[in-house]
Design a protein around this ligand. Sequence first.
Ligand SMILES: C[S@@+](CC[C@H](N)C(=O)[O-])C[C@H]1O[C@@H](n2cnc3c(N)ncnc32)[C@H](O)[C@@H]1O
Length: 202
Amino acid sequence: MAKAEDPEAESIRAPAQAGGGAAQDRPYAGTAARLRRPERLVWLEIDRVVPLCLEGLDVATVLDVGTGGGLFAEAFAARGLTVAGCDVNEELLEAARAAVPQAAFLACTAEELPYDDSSFDLVFLGGVLHEIHDVDRSLVQARRVARARVAVEEWPYREDPHAPPLGHQLPPERVEEAAHRAGFRKVERLELKYMVLYRLDV
Ligand SMILES: C[S@@+](CC[C@H](N)C(=O)[O-])C[C@H]1O[C@@H](n2cnc3c(N)ncnc32)[C@H](O)[C@@H]1O
């Protein structure tokens, strides 16, 4: 049977290495429309993920890191939250600005977030961390600008026709160990139908 399309295939420029290894220099190079294709919306379970991110917290402000076309920024804004977003890709940021005009978007890397400490109640990274060159530094930065929680949605570490190849995914222990090193006081992993949500409390 033919293997299903790699859902984030356009993001992959470097060859895969086993175990979510060093070959993570592969920022997404597809379109905003591709990030909003219906099957991807099913996999991401946005309607479930957004309340899980907010659960137990008093959240007014959200930063969506690696916002792409603003899919999650839009979902958080639809709940009446004040949203900011950032990404390395200017074209995607233009699409995000069009989709969520009330949000403040800017270009930067997850490794160098140009925001003050504790600027946002919640910092969210959706389908981004496996593309980021320096996972540890990104989690340190996310924790620095978050007041209460950092939430990370990622592919589970398993062979799955919907998911990127295993070598492009992040093993859960890699995320959790990086989160502990970054100093989060609580590290929680929630298994969703297709994805994994890490809730990292500051
Ligand atoms: C697969 S897309 C996901 C976009 C969006 N979060 C969503 O779920 O629709 C990954 C995004 O991460 C961005 N990205 C990759 N590396 C990044 C980095 N180091 N810093 C900030 N954004 C990055 C890409 O430009 C791309 O928009």
